[in-house]
Ligand binder design. Sequence first.
Ligand SMILES: C=C(O[C@@H]1C=C(C(=O)O)C=C[C@H]1O)C(=O)O
Length: 115
Amino acid sequence: MSDNEPTSAPVPSEIIRLRGSIDNIDAALVYLLAERFRVTRRVGELKAVGGLPPADPAREQEQIARLTSIAEESGLDPEFAEQFRQFIVSEVIRHHELIAAQHKGDNLPEVDTYA
Ligand SMILES: C=C(O[C@@H]1C=C(C(=O)O)C=C[C@H]1O)C(=O)O
C-alpha cells in the first residue's frame, strides 16, 4: 500500500481540532496577503508617477537580511522563507510593471503633430 492511499482508519479528534487551527491560519495568511497587495499597489502607483523602477534590489537586500534573521529566530527554514518572499515579490514587481505601462506618458506634454 502506498503512503497516500486512502484508508478506513478514523481521523483522530486531535487532527480534526488541529485542522481548525490550520484553517484559521490559512484564512489569516490570505487576508494578510490581500492587505499587502493593496499596499504594494499604491507603492506601484507612486513609483510609476514618480518615475521610479518597479523593482528595488537594495530594499530587497534589506528585506532578505531581516526575514532570514526572523526565520532563524522563529524556527522557520530560512531558505523556505526566502523562496516565499521571492514568490510574492516577483508578483508585486509584475504588478508594478503593469501599472507603469498604464501610466506611461501620463506626465509628458501632448505632442502637437501640427507644430
Ligand atoms: C513594494 C516595493 O516594490 C518592490 C516589491 C517589494 C516588496 O514586495 O516588498 C520590495 C521591493 C521592490 O522590489 C518597494 O519598492 O517598496
